[in-house]
Design a protein around this ligand. Structure first.
Ligand code: CAA
Length: 380
């Protein structure tokens, strides 16, 4: 594995780092108040960040997957909210169309998603089908040139803001397992596609998470993605890649916690010297820094494999499992190092603490990542 980034990747890091500091950081408080960062996404679109890995022929920047992961990592150091919006839009909102769509579907939707004119979302989870995704109950029944979709979806990131939704529904009522599931591209204005309640979340306050109801939602047959029955594989294949994005988001949170805690510990004087020089705190910082480096290696290894078109499912799950645990642990330690100040909203570590937790839950809980990894270890 090459441990050096290319010149192009370093340029991406510098560009995104500067953008995050100058544009995203001043917007963080507004997101904390619940504002969706539309102005930030518009600026990201101007920089080509809404279609980093989309080939130029479909209106994207045509860059490699590692550059995309660099962008999520750097953005999430400043705002995990913007990080998840970009990750969901790209990995599970745009890529399913790019990789499984017909030429017509790609031409119709991908340039709009890549330019940021459209935002993407992904509707897999249901009230009775979270970790056990293949037990989903939303139904799609073909009627002439349309499918009628009925069911409910929950925890839909970017929901209510997105223009296109990749919706998973059961087309074969006799097939109870994964092979009866199909994927559809559903446009926001589809009759019967109803945006429901906004979840009030612990963290990621600027990112919208909604419930969606489908009541005879009339989806043109030409919006079936792939073939009937292929939906679950489309979901899983895109989650493999999506999980590297969430791992990069977690890495950003973990690194931000380390950087804030180190800076604070160098300034904060107790017992006559900076707390960073007191062993109890110094050792915490050492452990946090070591975990960040280990997470970085896992995240970028998965990204390098993906960039080369090599299998990366196991590595993606390992990266997400470890990086999200590191984000949580580092956020806990950062709050501890900040002491009473860390428990207030005057300092950033309180937000990191709340934002970190979801990384261990969405795009597959840590338990599901262990399940995926162990399946790779035991399969013949
Ligand atoms: N790629 C392609 N196909 C795959 C695959 C993969 N990575 N993983 C499984 N499959 C295929 C299998 O080959 C199998 O196909 P056949 O029937 O042809 O043999 C089929 O899918 C079923 O596989 P399993 O029997 O292994 O399925 P399972 O039910 O035992 O386990 C699971 C699958 C890994 C637990 C899966 O259900 C899972 O990942 N659950 C978590 C769901 C999840 O991550 N949800 C995230 C929601 S999106 C989100 O969170 C976005 C956001 O807001 C940020």
């Amino acid at each position: 594995m090459n441990l050096h980034f290319t010149e192009e990747q370093e340029m991406m890091r510098n560009m995104v780092r500067e953008f995050a500091q100058t544009e995203i950081a001043p917007f963080v408080e507004r997101m904390e108040q619940g504002e969706f960062p539309r102005p930030i996404l518009n600026k990201m679109a101007e920089l080509g960040l809404m279609g980093i890995t989309v080939p130029e022929e479909y209106g994207g920047a045509g860059m490699d997957f590692v550059s995309y992961i660099i962008a999520i990592h750097e953005i999430s150091k400043v705002s995990a909210t913007v990080g998840v919006i970009l990750s969901v839009h790209t990995s599970v909102g745009t890529n399913p169309i790019l990789y499984f769509g017909t030429e017509e579907q790609k031409k119709k939707y991908v340039p709009k998603l890549a330019s940021g004119e459209y935002l993407g979302a992904f509707c897999l989870t249901e009230p009775g089908a979270g970790s056990d995704a293949k037990s989903l109950k939303t139904k799609a029944v073909r009627q002439g040139d349309y499918y009628l979709l009925n069911g409910s979806k929950i925890f839909i990131t970017n929901g209510g803001e997105a223009d296109t939704y990749i919706v998973f529904a059961r087309t074969d009522p006799n097939e109870k397992g994964s092979r009866g599931i199909s994927a559809f591209i559903v446009e926001k204005d589809t009759p019967g596609f109803i945006i429901g309640k906004d979840e009030k979340k612990m963290g990621l306050h600027g990112s919208r998470t909604v419930q969606i109801t489908l009541e005879d939602a009339k989806v043109p047959a030409e919006n079936l993605l792939g073939e009937e029955g292929q939906g679950f594989k489309i979901a899983m294949a895109n989650l493999d890649v999506g999980r590297i994005g969430i791992a990069a988001q977690a890495l950003g949170i973990a690194e931000a916690a380390l950087e804030h805690a180190t800076a604070y510990a160098k300034e904060r004087i107790q017992f006559g010297k900076p707390i960073a020089e007191q062993q109890g705190v110094a050792f915490k910082l050492a452990d946090m820094a070591t975990a960040v480096e280990a997470a970085k290696l896992l995240v970028y290894r998965a990204a390098f494999l993906r960039a080369q078109g090599l299998p990366c499912g196991k590595e993606a799950s390992m990266a997400k499992l470890f990086a999200s645990r590191t984000a949580m642990e580092n956020a806990i330690e950062a709050v501890q190092i900040f002491g009473g100040n860390g428990y207030t909203k005057d300092y950033p570590v309180e937000r990191l603490f709340r934002d970190a937790k979801i990384c261990e839950i969405y795009e597959g809980t840590s338990e599901i990542q262990r399940l995926v990894i162990s399946k790779y270890l035991t399969k013949k």
